[in-house]
Design a protein around this ligand. Structure first.
Ligand code: DSN
Length: 439
């Protein structure tokens, strides 16, 4: 049966991806080969359990696939244990809590508005509901944004069972050693969430946490350029300190949180891990960072304020508080979207507005780099962004009544929809994007 409705939607999404430039730092383009494994016969199989210990029959081939993914991950990241079954990053992180903590235990993670992830203990997440979460922030006066003395003080006060290091909106390199010293002082399990940067780590352009932490989690679809999915690893340090950790993690993933693993996803993860072990991938990872630095430099030239002052990885966080006021992220995101430049509004350290109306935008270079864009293309994107900011710069988000805010946003939508400058940039972005085929 040909589902014309669905086929049309796929066509539309392909066109959107092709004619725009993807700057959301957590998105990427998986290779055709990786995507092909998602639609193999493994879609049809149920495999609750682990290789050699399944609940259903017919798993002899699925076992080989899962073992292949495990072996490739262990080699690539240099760890003795991995679970490749988590459906995605949030369930992977929740499995870590289930393996390490009891409900009500104290945990610590980087706050959401400071760049951390919901699953690092935010109060709307299960991780902040079932566990007592104490969040640390960032300090813009510190060279790497972290006030380690303040984090240690918080840890000494609350004695967390689990500490997270890692983020979704952090433009600088992490000093895992410093976090490990804090975790050691309070006897906490230290987990690094490297979802955003795992491709940079295996590509050798960001330090690895493996030597310093007990557990590492990562999604597989961001800089690692695999299918959607996630992995939980136990390091040698983790195994030495807690020999039963692999078993606890396996039990937390299944049967603790999940049912059957998605074998097609596991196959695609195995394929992505093989790609990530090549020289070409190392070159790719290097180019992501070069592009991010080039884009950050251009955005600064265009008068934008960057959290951390630069980018040392794949990601840039623009703080609009001093240029367009608190809550301005929505204006910039919408105007850029209309021009074919996709990024996301994002909270900034010291956020004066809210996560729904944050004061910044977050962007990054993994996807554009996968299409073959280089530094000079980043300069062009930065210039487009500067021109668009100049067009919308007088808008301010009204505080107070919701109706007033919605009315203003409606007016803004009408303004950007008819603005000639934005239309012109949209055409230029389309022409530029078409020069770089989708992988
Ligand atoms: N949605 C992911 C990101 O954009 O960073 C995190 O879950």
């Amino acid at each position: 049966m040909i589902d014309t409705t669905l086929q049309q939607l796929v066509k539309e999404e392909k066109k959107r991806q092709k004619e725009g430039i993807e700057l959301i730092p957590s998105e990427n383009f998986a290779s055709k080969s990786v995507r092909s494994y998602l639609s193999t016969e493994f879609v049809n199989k149920y495999s609750e359990g682990y290789p050699g210990k399944r609940y259903y029959g017919g798993n002899e081939v699925a076992d080989k696939v899962e073992i292949l993914a495990q072996e490739r991950a262990k080699k690539l990241f240099g760890v003795p244990f991995v679970n490749v079954q988590p459906y995605s990053g949030s369930p992977a992180n929740l499995a870590v809590y289930l393996a390490v903590c009891k409900p009500g235990d104290s945990i610590m993670g980087q706050g959401l508005t400071a760049g951390g992830h919901l699953t690092h203990g935010h109060n709307v997440s299960a991780t902040g509901i079932f566990y007592v979460s104490h969040q640390y922030g960032v300090d813009p006066t510190k060279s790497d944004l972290f006030d380690y003395e303040a984090i240690l003080k918080l840890a000494l006060e609350h004695k967390p069972k689990l500490i997270w290091v890692g983020a979704t909106a952090h433009p600088l390199i992490f000093n895992y050693k410093k976090f490990s010293e804090i975790a050691k002082k309070v006897g906490a399990v230290l987990a690094a969430d490297i979802s955003h940067i795992s491709g940079l780590i295996v590509g050798g352009v960001h330090p690895s946490p493996v030597e310093h932490v007990h557990i590492v989690t990562t999604t597989t679809h961001k800089t690692l350029r695999g299918p959607r999915g996630a992995m939980i690893m136990v390091t040698k340090k983790g195994l030495d300190a807690y020999p039963d950790l692999p078993d606890r993690i396996n039990k937390a993933v299944f049967p603790g949180l999940q049912g059957g693993p998605h074998d097609n996803q596991t196959a695609a993860i195995a394929a992505a891990l093989e790609e990530a072990s090549t020289k070409q991938f190392t070159t790719y990872a290097k180019q992501i960072v070069k592009n991010s630095v080039a884009l950050a430099d251009e955005l600064k030239k265009q008068g934008m304020t960057l959290v951390g002052g630069t980018s040392q990885n794949h990601l840039i966080l623009v703080d609009l508080t001093n240029t367009m006021g608190a809550g301005a992220g929505i204006f910039f995101q919408r105007a850029l979207d209309l021009a074919g430049l996709t990024l996301n509004k994002n909270t900034v350290p010291g956020e004066k507005s809210s996560p729904f109306y944050p004061s910044g935008v977050r962007l990054g270079t993994p996807a554009a780099t996968s299409r073959g864009m280089k530094e000079k293309d980043m300069k062009k994107i930065g210039k487009f962004m500067g021109d668009i900011l100049a067009i919308i710069k007088d808008y301010r988000l009204p505080t107070g009544e919701k109706e007033v805010r919605l009315k203003l946003l409606k007016e803004f939508n009408a303004f950007i929809a008819t603005n000639k400058g934005i239309k012109k940039i949209r055409n230029e972005v389309r022409v530029m994007a078409k020069r770089f085929p989708l992988p």
